[in-house]
Ligand binder design. Structure first.
Ligand code: DP6
Length: 330
């Protein structure tokens, strides 16, 4: 009862920010993302009757406390469905810094869901896998699929209509690029989960966020299908800024940006003024992802490379879906 899966991270072009149900992880609004090639999590799960408790090793370090509890809760969902009681050994590796705003929970819970379901001999379809991944971390529902992906917020109380579906395959937009910048390898101060809860409860801007997000979804969806880069980029950049304006106005204020974050935002605006089309988007952390087309990748990369304090640029194309692989960690 062992299986291994690999899942890619994703970056939201229209963000998920705020829950209507904390337990089932049901969002206040729909979201659209692009799956990233090259930033991934690989996870091996083995259910074994000899284990006295679940064991979770992340990037070579055994996890205790909260992280192990979250993992155990997620495995319980699988154990319940498969009617098994055995504990599991889980080994997982990210090829990028964990919890620095690079969507490690998205690729993490997507890989875990796919590997655990296979190890437990559950035959789940993509919709069921997306729902399972969602219950670990909302953004993970989208990492089940490759290409461009939309997570429907759904309206049902039980969450059965809140899952992600592919809008366009990875090959649909070959020259779409996402330049992931790493400005700080530090763990972020406020995790998305706590940050979004506080925002829903205290930001006076949150109402405005919800009022405009449907329109952003329509524009980004249409822009992807028509490969209209300006429409996708402009909408995504403004959507990220709107989300950050709700974060900045919670109590206490959540400021995820570091000085380099703002420098990159300025550089992107300057590049645009000079005629090189590119846009930024930022999640709940200091990292900036810059969207551009292949023809401008070199010029954008060169400009970003001039920023001191920028540790790394990882260029990504549109990535594929989560899948099982045959090499296990143990
Ligand atoms: C800003 O999916 O990490 O990255 O559901 O509580 O685990 P939980 O939150 P998470 O939040 C992601 C928020 C975001 C935007 C996005 O990815 O859509």
């Amino acid at each position: 009862m062992k299986a291994t899966a690999r899942a890619n991270a994703n970056i939201a072009l229209v963000k998920y920010w705020g829950k209507r149900d904390d337990e089932l992880i049901l969002p206040m609004n729909g979201s659209i993302s692009v799956t990233l090639s090259g930033l991934n999590t690989v996870t091996t799960v083995e259910f074994n009757e000899k284990l006295r408790n679940d064991v979770f090793v992340l990037n070579g370090v055994e996890q205790k406390g909260d992280e192990r509890k979250k993992l155990g809760n997620h495995l319980d969902l699988v154990r319940e469905k498969a009617k098994i009681k055995w504990n599991a050994r889980v080994e997982s590796k990210n090829n990028f810094p964990t919890a620095a705003g690079l969507a490690s929970s998205a690729s993490g819970f997507a890989a875990l869901s796919v590997a655990a379901a296979k190890a437990a001999h559950l035959e789940l379809n993509e919709k069921e896998l997306s729902i399972l991944a969602r219950m670990g971390s909302g953004s993970a529902s989208r990492s089940i699929h490759g290409g461009f992906v939309e997570w429907q917020k759904g309206t049902k109380k039980d969450g059965s209509d809140s899952y992600a579906e592919q809008i366009a395959k990875p090959g649909h937009w070959e020259n779409f690029r996402i330049l992931t910048t790493i400005v700080s390898g530090k763990e972020k101060k406020v995790k998305s989960r706590a940050g979004m809860k506080q925002t829903v409860q205290t930001s006076p801007m949150y109402k405005g966020w919800l009022e405009t997000v449907e329109n952003d979804l329509e524009n980004v969806r249409a822009g992807i299908l028509k490969k209209n880069f300006s429409l996708v980029g402009e909408t995504a950049e403004m959507n990220a800024l709107k989300m950050h304006s709700t974060m900045l106005t919670t109590r206490p204020a959540i400021i995820y940006w570091e000085p380099e974050t703002i420098e990159i935002m300025h550089a992107v605006q300057e590049l645009r003024e000079e005629g090189t089309e590119c846009y930024f988007t930022i999640d709940a952390g200091p990292q900036v992802k810059v969207l551009c087309l292949q023809k401008n990748e070199a010029i954008v990369t060169a400009r970003l490379g001039e920023i001191t304090g920028l540790q790394k640029i990882v260029p990504c194309k549109v990535g594929g879906k989560a899948e099982t692989i045959s090499e296990h960690f143990f």
